[in-house]
Design a protein around this ligand. Structure first.
Ligand code: FPP
Length: 246
């Protein structure tokens, strides 16, 4: 498979170890807007558009899963206006996706506690979930009201409850991971964070146990196909030993 997009004409070599699953912490929307003397909302709008572009690119490349951190359990601390801008952008994105996902063969899944979201957003999520059931193509996972620790605590509670209700108590990493939001999704091999920050910020704590990290100063709205190529190229050269030796 060609890694580099035709548009950039940088290379045409075959890349063997393309990750199946890429996770991205979309960071830097606010700074992107500030540099242009625009309101933060303009940064989020550009960020949402870029998510669509990069999801399409991942699909074209043959990556199977893309997971993005759209809204964390901590993001509620942001000013009310900003939270509502992000929620509106998500609604807009879902409205548009309902029209296009079947045609484009893109499945959407939401990770996080969506029960506290607005009724409108929950209805859209239900609709996209129903459409996704009939699609077996590329999967985009949107983490919404998601926190890695929260996910693990919820999973532990659910497991304990099942055992209390008579389920067999045979806890293994594999059985536990079935209680996580990410049940059924392979762990990401590559975790990208944009905008220069180098931390995980409570994102996919369990799932990133063996992920390769790629940090870039590029702000999320500027993280285009060329920047994606760079990240994938770096990943393709990493030596993944999973604690063993080679
Ligand atoms: C991080 O940038 C961005 C967010 C917390 C919000 C991301 C949400 C969207 C792009 C909207 C909808 C998403 C999808 C997937 C359709 P920041 O605000 O922390 O940037 P800063 O650190 O420069 O202030």
């Amino acid at each position: 498979m060609k890694l580099f997009s035709k548009k950039h004409q940088r290379a045409t070599r075959q890349v063997e170890n393309l990750p199946r699953h890429v996770a991205i912490i979309l960071d830097g929307n606010g700074r992107w807007a500030k540099r242009r003397a625009l309101p933060r909302s303009a940064g989020h709008k550009a960020g949402a558009e870029n998510f669509r572009n990069i999801a399409t690119y991942c699909k074209e490349l043959g990556i199977e899963y893309l997971t993005v951190y759209a809204f964390s359990t901590e993001n509620w601390k942001r000013p009310k206006d900003e939270v509502s801008t992000i929620m509106q952008l998500l609604e807009k994105y879902l409205h548009e996706s309902i029209e296009t996902m079947a045609r484009e063969n893109i499945r959407l899944r939401f990770l996080g506690d969506t029960s506290v979201l607005s009724p409108e957003l929950r209805a859209l999520i239900e609709k996209t979930n129903a459409i996704s059931e009939g699609i077996d193509g590329f999967q985009a996972n949107i983490c919404l009201n998601y926190g890695g620790r929260d996910e693990i605590v919820r999973a532990a509670r659910a497991y304990a409850e099942d055992v209390q209700n008579g389920a067999e108590n045979t806890l293994t990493e594999e059985t536990f991971s079935r209680y996580l939001y990410s049940d059924g999704i392979p762990d990401p091999e590559l975790m990208i964070r944009t905008s220069g920050e180098q931390r995980l910020s409570n994102f996919l704590l369990w799932q990133c146990a063996y992920a390769e990290f790629y940090f870039t100063d590029v702000l999320w709205p500027d993280f285009d196909r060329k920047e994606s190529d760079r990240a994938l190229e770096v990943y393709s050269r990493r030596d993944r030993r999973f604690g063993g030796v080679k």
